[in-house]
Design a protein around this ligand. Structure first.
Ligand code: ADP
Ligand code: MG
Length: 728
């Protein structure tokens, strides 16, 4: 007897060959397979008689087979299967398939069938041999001036069968080599009755309240929907369920964090006032508000866990600096972590400058730099003192160093602090969701010199994350948003460039370089893949060579791509920063988060291949200095012009990311790191109401049943879920 937990190996129809493929997809039991959801549907639900009205549409036609044959084209090594079907009005449809001769066996002349596909009109016949075809087709053709109805490669089914592959909303599953959607459909169809025994993890009260179908109905309708409305209800229920789990998990993490102790850092109003008054600029209202939120958090005896979300250039550094100043003035240490050495060094230089009038000792600790800038020496960095690691570590553990800046090197075991009270992580959207989780737990285990208290945590991200998404995924964090740019910024001039204007832009770049500026050239990945392939590296090398030889022979061009070693990448960036290159040609996966105020032009090839958010990120590489900056978006397909033109219209990162979320869904905001959520939940993430409801229900549930003792199914689902994804 099969039940939902039976291994797929015990299902009679599934042979070992298929087992191997399914295991690769993570499918082991019948239940796993039943939860393998379609990613889209072909709408073949319209079963209609043949008519000119439907030409160009996807429909299903039902009728009698009047003719069927395989034509072998020996020279082209191809078989064409041709079947003529006559519908109830005696109209004829010619269906053809390529290289699937076995189809013929299913449809002997005189039997009835359903074909689904896009209805076309064909003819007059182009092959000479076709002249001898059926007289009925000929007469039907004559009636229509030599034209007849046609379908190429339609889905097919005997009329005697249930509608599975034709005549309905047909589910399409993501396929891998060895299994087709059709095969999966067939397996699921036969196993679906077992779904009656799947226990429903969503409490009945919640289902009732939001009119969500039970799990059996949901699976039934998701795999073989009766109609669009029922499908949408089923999808909504799945999305709700996932979001509900996300929210429970998020709230648990939050509670866990809130139960920890931390050092209370008193608000030093006089000092902070003095510091902000001495700044060469006035803080924006957004900076002021974020700073206030952070300083308030620091005063509490439980650790802060806050995300500072602000566009590139919105001024996160100074907010971080004020938080550090407050912490240090209270006698504690602060650590700042950046994803790369170059960025860590950049921060070191900024903080030396920012704190030059304060009695604060700053150290830079990465695998290649061990620098110190204490008050016995001079800032900026040219004058800072290089120390050996041991000596530096000692000064950190002595508490002589107030602010330690570095890479991951900071969280190695031998780094001991005297009294670390604040950790700032500048992720520059590089640390992914999962990595951040690790960092956070590592932060908790840092030897901060005080076993009872853990440091306050401030994360900064330069990807403007749409609010709904932030609530959904970072609900365990508090959020401060810098949605306002400093006033003195010159907006970057952005322009979509069509191929005919290419040379003008090259000329423009030359004139900018002659003025002493620098430029970026960014190439997209050629294939849709998570990481750079050799093909991409080849492409960027070729473009670098072409630009160096043909377009910009008088200038120096640097080359950057993902297959370089980390050290090599940093060298190239460093050289670009030092103006040893005029132009940097780079692929997209490479971190270009470094501040190069002198770069005023960024040119992006095939911009239609990027999401808006990503394009906006690239654009943020320029516009950091006093000069006017430009972003040129080279467009090779006009289809994308509307989408991309959003960038011409606005410089507001949050507006762009909201727009992008609607267009392309939320997956992209997690970079190359998968969120782990099923597509179905992801698709609904722009649904604010659904997220809010899920959050409310999760809160209410945890209030009455914090350990989920009364909801074992849910507890179990949650456990599996948290093994899969991290939400900290
Ligand atoms: P990001 O948010 O990308 O980290 P930064 O903190 O590096 O941005 O700030 C970018 C630049 O803007 C820096 O040169 C900084 O000194 C400057 N800046 C920050 N806040 C303001 C402000 N309120 N007014 C004017 N300039 C500012
Ligand atoms: Mg920054």
């Amino acid at each position: 007897m099969l039940d939902i937990n039976t291994s797929l190996k015990s299902v009679p129809r599934i042979t070992p060959k298929y087992i191997r493929v399914m295991e690769k997809l993570g499918l082991f039991t019948i239940k796993d397979l039943l939860f393998y959801l379609p990613f889209r549907y072909d709408d073949f639900s319209k079963i209609v008689p043949l008519s000119n009205d439907f030409v160009g549409q996807a429909i299903t036609v039902e009728g009698k087979i009047t003719k069927a044959k395989n034509n072998r084209l020996f020279r082209r090594k191809m078989t064409i299967t041709e079947i003529i079907l006559e519908d109830e009005n005696e109209n004829l449809l010619k269906a053809v398939w390529f290289n699937q001769p076995y189809i013929l066996e299913n449809f002997p002349v005189g039997s009835t069938a359903r074909f689904s596909g896009k209805l076309g009109m064909s003819g007059p016949a182009s092959t000479r041999g076709d002249n001898r075809s059926s007289t009925r087709l000929d007469s039907a053709r004559q009636a229509r001036g030599g034209k007849y109805f046609s379908m190429s490669n339609p889905a097919f089914e005997k009329s005697t069968r249930d509608t599975t592959n034709t005549g309905r909303l047909v589910p399409i599953y993501s396929e891998t080599s060895g299994i087709t959607s059709k095969w999966i459909r067939w397996q699921i169809k036969t196993l679906l009755p077992l779904a009656k025994n799947i226990p429903d993890i969503l409490p009945e009260e919640i289902r009732k309240k939001y009119s969500l179908p039970d799990i059996y109905t949901t699976l039934l309708q998701i795999h073989f929907p009766d109609d669009m409305e029922k499908l949408l209800r089923a999808q909504k229920r799945m999305a709700f369920q996932e979001m509900f789990l996300v929210q429970i998990r998020t709230l648990e993490i939050r509670k866990n964090w809130e139960e920890k102790d931390s050092n209370k850092i008193e608000f030093n109003e006089k000092l902070i006032k003095k510091f902000t008054l001495e700044l060469p600029f006035k803080l924006t209202d957004a900076q002021r508000k974020a700073t206030f939120e952070i300083l308030k958090d620091l005063e509490k005896p439980r650790p802060m866990n806050r995300l500072l979300n602000g566009d590139v250039g919105s001024g996160k550094t100074i907010v971080a600096a004020i938080s550090a100043l407050q912490t240090i003035s209270a006698g504690y240490q602060t650590a700042l972590m950046a994803p790369t050495e170059v960025l860590a060094r950049q921060h070191f230089e900024s903080f030396c400058e920012i704190f030059k009038d304060y009695n604060i000792n700053i150290a830079l600790l990465t695998s290649s730099y061990k620098l110190i800038s204490s008050k016995d020496t001079e800032c900026p960095i040219g004058h800072s003192v290089s120390k050996d690691r041991g000596e530096l570590l000692k000064e950190i553990s002595d508490g002589k160093i107030n602010l330690v800046i570095g890479t991951h090197a900071l969280i190695q075991k031998d780094v001991k602090f005297k009294n670390l009270a604040l950790v700032i992580i500048d992720e520059q959207h590089r640390f992914g969701v999962a990595q951040r989780a690790t960092l956070q737990s590592e932060t908790m285990n840092l030897d901060d010199g005080n076993k009872k208290a853990i440091p306050h945590l401030l994360t900064m991200t330069a990807t403007p994350i749409p609010r709904t998404l932030a609530i959904a995924f970072f609900g365990s964090l508090d959020l401060s948003i810098l949605d306002e740019m400093p006033k003195n910024r010159k907006p970057i001039i952005t322009k979509i460039i069509t191929p005919s204007e290419r040379n003008n832009i090259y000329e423009f770049i030359k004139s900018e370089i002659k003025k002493g500026q620098q430029a970026f050239v960014i190439l997209p990945l050629i294939e849709e893949s998570l990481s750079e392939s050799m093909v991409d590296v080849k492409a960027v090398k070729e473009e670098h060579a072409r630009l160096s030889r043909v377009i910009f022979p008088e200038f120096k061009l640097g080359l950057l791509h993902g297959k370089l070693k980390a050290k090599e990448k940093e060298d190239v960036m460093e050289k670009f920063k030092n103006k040893e290159f005029d132009i940097l040609v780079s692929t997209s996966v490479v971190e270009v988060g470094i501040d190069i105020p002198n770069a005023t032009v960024i040119l992006i090839e095939n911009c239609e291949r990027f999401g808006l958010t990503q394009l906006h990120q690239f654009r943020g590489r320029v516009g950091r200095g006093k000069e006017q900056s430009y972003c040129f978006l080279f467009l090779s397909s006009r289809d994308a012009i509307n989408r991309v033109s959003t960038l011409e219209k606005t410089n507001d990162g949050f507006e762009i990311s909201e727009h992008d979320l609607k267009l392309r869904g939320p997956g992209q905001f997690f970079g190359t790191i998968q969120s782990g959520l099923p597509d179905i939940a992801m698709k609904h993430l722009s649904n604010v109401k659904l997220i809010k409801f899920a959050r409310t229900e999760a809160k209410d549930l945890l209030e009455v049943d914090p350990k989920l003792k009364g909801h074992p199914l849910l507890a179990d689902a949650l456990k599996k879920f948290s093994e899969k994804i991290h939400l900290e």
